[in-house]
Design a protein around this ligand. Structure first.
Ligand code: SF4
Length: 443
């Protein structure tokens, strides 16, 4: 594998092929528009996005936006789950209304996890770590799917817009998939759209930070959000290549379309089912589009619609398992749980697969391969804040100046310290939750 930079560009090329196929955009295109990007962003760990421009604009304009993601309570919280938590917390600190879902209905229907285990794992593994990592419970929302009636009502509503053939094609469901599993799909769609309900301040850009494997949920939810809209607003070009904006009524009725026509100033033409708005300069078409979308959204909501923004997503790369290959809950050595004893975690780092050579002599002469090294990955993803330090490790490894034994010792110490601190913070998190009216019932 070609290694180009400390953030593993060769790896990104593989993702680029995947993205081309599914229409995901490279994240680096937006990087210079983000004030103080998270290290996952700076280091190319968040590698792609879908529709994140709207969220970046909201962050920069200090207007409202939301962040949400979910955790299936079926195993221990490990560093893969930590990535999603870090991303939720970062967006919350950037001003986003933050939602963290414990997907107990999904875990119960798909994995057969008992309700009791869902509750215990959800709380003791996931919620405590989320709060310990910095989630602000006063500002944000943590919920179990099963305890959220509004969410279930929304899922029921969204379920009208998707049929069995469609979800079978997306998820490969066959005739023997249980009905509750199918319901858990629309529950996820509802999780994603819930931050835009009126009780949470209404429609707004929302980002769902996930691993790339979650893209089918995002695509389906964006489709459903579009189907739930009462109007479609599109930029178009006339025969002279001049821009205009078309507003097509789908299910709101003629009165609502008349209302929109009344509210939009400037030259326009009204037809039976749509309005075309003219006189827009090419340089102003995006601004005009946003203004018109806002008017349309207000009218839609006045007529009983949801006015959903299509949810955005950021996609992060996966960490390798410590033994090489994927992390697997059936191979405890392949991952480190945030809840395991710090000594055990440090031991796993010392035993992890590296990108080192077979002999010290070879390592000195040929250098190591950090992109293949799970220890380097832990340091780069989680254990070292300063970019310069990570770059230094990368260079030293490549140039044969760094040996795996001492490198692993350094990483093991960092891991021990991280896990110990995190577990102290988890104890404090219990106290924080106990003081919160909504959450104390869980403890
Ligand atoms: S020196 Fe460090 S970064 Fe390089 S391969 Fe060995 S453990 Fe990995």
């Amino acid at each position: 594998m070609i290694e180009i930079d400390p953030w593993g560009v060769a790896d990104i090329k593989d993702y680029a092929r995947l993205f081309e196929e599914f229409g995901i955009s490279p994240f680096k295109e937006l990087l210079n528009q983000i004030d103080k990007p998270h290290l996952y962003m700076r280091r190319g760990i968040i590698v792609g996005h879908r529709g994140y421009e709207e969220v970046v604009r909201a962050m920069n304009e200090r207007s409202k936006f939301a962040v949400m993601s979910g955790f299936m309570p079926s195993g221990r919280i490990h560093f893969g789950g930590k990535m999603v938590m870090d991303e939720i917390i970062w967006h919350q600190r950037m001003g986003g209304d933050a939602f963290a879902c414990i997907a107990d209905m999904e875990s119960h229907s798909v994995r057969g996890t008992s309700w009791k285990d869902c509750r215990e794992i959800g709380l003791n593994e996931y919620i405590l770590s989320l709060v310990a990592l910095g989630f602000d419970v006063e500002k944000g929302h943590i919920y179990f799917q099963s305890g959220n009636k509004k969410l279930r009502d929304l899922a029921f509503e969204l379920g009208r817009e998707v049929n069995f053939s469609e979800i079978s094609a997306i998820y490969g469901f066959s005739g023997n998939v249980n009905i509750s599993h199918m319901i858990s799909v629309v529950m996820q769609n509802a999780d994603i759209l819930q931050p835009q309900l009126l009780e949470y301040g209404g429609p707004k850009p929302a980002v769902i930070p996930v691993g790339v494997d979650q893209d089918p949920h995002i695509r389906l939810t964006r489709d459903i959000a579009s189907r739930m809209r009462m109007f479609r607003v599109e930029k178009r070009l006339d025969k002279d290549q001049k821009p205009y904006i078309s507003i097509r009524e789908k299910q709101a009725g003629k009165k609502a379309l008349d209302e929109i026509a009344r509210r939009i100033e400037g030259p326009k033409k009204k037809y039976e089912m749509h309005i075309d708005v003219f006189g827009i300069e090419a340089s102003e078409v995006d601004t005009a589009m946003r203004e018109i979308e806002e008017i349309v959204r207000e009218v839609e909501m006045a007529y009983g619609g949801y006015g959903f923004f299509f949810p955005a997503a950021t996609y992060h790369r996966f960490m390798q398992g410590l033994t090489g290959g994927k992390m697997s809950s059936s191979i405890p050595e392949s991952y480190i749980a945030l809840t395991e004893p710090p000594e055990e975690a440090a031991k796993k780092v010392k035993q992890a697969k590296t990108g080192g050579r077979v002999t010290i002599e070879e390592q000195k002469n040929l250098g190591g391969s950090p992109a293949q090294c799970t220890v380097y990955e832990l340091m780069m993803f989680h254990l070292i804040e300063e970019d310069a330090h990570v770059k230094e490790i990368f260079e030293e490894c490549k140039n044969g100046k760094r040996m795996c034994n001492s490198c692993k010792l350094e990483a093991a110490e960092l891991m021990h310290s991280f896990i110990k601190t995190h577990q102290d913070e988890r104890e404090k998190a219990k106290e924080v939750l106990k003081e919160h009216e909504l959450y104390k019932q869980w403890l």
